[in-house]
Design a protein around this ligand. Structure first.
Ligand code: BT5
Length: 270
């Protein structure tokens, strides 16, 4: 276990414009996303970041659980008040994923990929997940919370059995423990830069970078939506519009992110 993260160490000469203007470090919390929402209710500044050493109820999409063991990862959430129309909010997930991928690339020898909509994978195994949440979408400039979980120093055998085969961590990939503080600071810097880019309107430039990192484009995948699996070739992905699948059965179809439960390579046909 590495030493605990502190606001002073994280923010010292960080040089970011928005992200990390205020940093809160907790020993333990249910979910850093919940704590960030509580901060939003108290009118906390945009860019407030909540880190926790441990989450007891870390969550993923669609009510799934996020394994967040003590001192072994970056479990953090950022409060945002995006200056963009709400139909562009799905971009926030992509901003989180690209920022994580950039920070991961600076810490390990192999190249991470982004698996739409919200995973960062290395060698096909999940190293990080992003959970962007928005509430009260009818408000003027509604806040959003961008939650990010990155497995930093977790050995293979320390993952719960059901995750072991599909998960990895920075230390597994680097072959040595990774400095969490350095990684956390690099991640905030990347986030700050990319968030400014999309809020500044350079969605094209951002999307290009995002597309270059995308995993599975052109490959056969399985998609679960409305309780049914669909198999087909992944022909296109748009950060806001969703995925375009040329299905094996029936006409090509576009699936929006909120309707897709899982996206993964299809098993080879027998
Ligand atoms: C995600 O959901 O990948 C989003 C995870 C976001 C976690 C962060 S931590 C800080 C902030 N506070 C929170 O409460 N959440 C955010 P999803 O795509 O639904 O993936 C969830 C699935 O990933 C689970 O059902 C497991 O199969 C798998 N999983 C759980 N924990 C994992 C881990 N540590 N590493 C890799 N895979 C994991």
């Amino acid at each position: 276990m590495t030493s605990p993260l502190t606001p002073e160490a994280i923010t010292e000469a960080l040089g970011t414009r928005v992200i990390g203007r205020r940093v809160i470090c907790l020993e333990r919390t249910a979910s850093t996303n919940d704590r960030a929402w509580a901060e939003a209710e108290h009118r906390a500044k945009e860019g407030t970041v909540v880190f926790a050493e441990e989450q007891t109820k870390g969550r993923g999409r669609l009510g799934r659980a996020w394994h967040s063991p003590r001192g072994a990862g970056i479990w953090m959430s950022v409060l945002l008040r995006p200056d963009m129309p709400v139909d562009r909010y799905p971009l926030l997930t992509s901003v989180g994923a690209v920022a994580v991928a950039a920070a991961v690339a600076g810490s390990i020898p192999s190249m991470p990929r982004v698996r739409w909509p919200n995973d960062v994978v290395v060698g096909g195994r999940k190293i990080a997940g992003v959970l962007a949440e928005a509430r009260d979408l009818s408000a003027r400039r509604p806040p959003a919370v961008l939650g990010i979980g990155v497995n930093v120093n977790i050995a293979k055998g320390e993952f719960p059995r059901e995750l072991r085969e599909f998960s990895t961590s920075l230390s597994i990939e680097a072959g040595a423990p990774v400095n969490r503080l350095r990684f956390a600071r690099a991640l905030l810097v990347e986030l700050d830069h990319l968030y400014a880019e999309v809020c500044g309107g350079d969605v094209e430039g951002f999307s290009e970078r995002w597309r270059a990192l995308l995993d599975l484009l052109g490959e056969r995948v399985r998609v679960k939506t409305g309780g049914r699996w669909h198999v087909g070739r992944l022909v296109d992905i748009d950060p806001c519009e969703g995925i375009f699948l040329r299905s094996d059965a029936g006409p090509p179809h576009r699936y929006r992110v909120e309707h897709v439960e899982m996206l993964r390579p299809a098993e080879p046909r027998a």
